[in-house]
Design a protein around this ligand. Structure first.
Ligand code: RP5
Length: 164
């Protein structure tokens, strides 16, 4: 995809099952993105280089998913002023709570926006909302999506009410 504005980074290709949900949302919204596998522990230099060069390459926001001792979002955040959205990946012996704590408990000074465990969809929506601050067309699209979502809930409510 040309001129990506969102970077989707994951610590391992084993995170893809979760992270591809972010891709689905970005596709729907016609937001350009790139997908990379970079590990804070196994390829620390590549991860650092990616974050250092991201802004210059035109990226506006990075979504970073990692499991276990999930240092990837925080490490990326330490090398760039771009907003980093962290997705703790579930599974493993601690079911993703380890990754959640690692991502949400950043030290003061280097923030990461922490999503729910396996919350890749909200990560993509949050990225879209950031981009929509300077993109009225995208903002309108997001507003329409929310209205449709509300409509679906109202229809389900009506179904239950009609059961008496
Ligand atoms: C983390 O360790 C990755 O983000 C992944 O969630 C987890 C396990 O990685 P693999 O052993 O499957 O490559 O760094």
């Amino acid at each position: 995809m040309s001129n990506p504005v969102v970077g989707i980074v994951m610590g391992s290709d084993s995170d893809w099952d979760v992270m591809q949900k972010a891709v689905g949302i970005l596709d729907d919204l016609k937001i350009s993105y790139e997908v990379r596998v970079l590990s804070a522990h196994r390829t620390p230099l590549a991860a650092a280089n990616y974050a250092q060069e991201a802004e210059g390459r035109g990226l506006k926001v990075i979504i970073a998913g990692a499991g276990r001792a999930a240092h990837l979002p925080g490490v990326l955040a330490s090398y760039t002023l771009l907003p980093i959205i962290g997705v703790p990946i579930g599974g493993g012996p601690l079911s993703g709570v380890d990754a959640l704590y690692a991502i949400v408990q950043m030290p003061p000074g280097i923030p990461v926006a922490a999503m729910a465990i396996d919350g890749a969809q909200n990560a993509a929506l949050f990225a879209a909302q950031l981009l929509a601050l300077h993109d009225p067309e995208l903002a309108e699209l997001l507003k329409t999506q929310r209205e449709r979502m509300a409509q679906r809930v109202l229809e389900k409510d009506a179904c239950f009410q009609s059961r008496g």
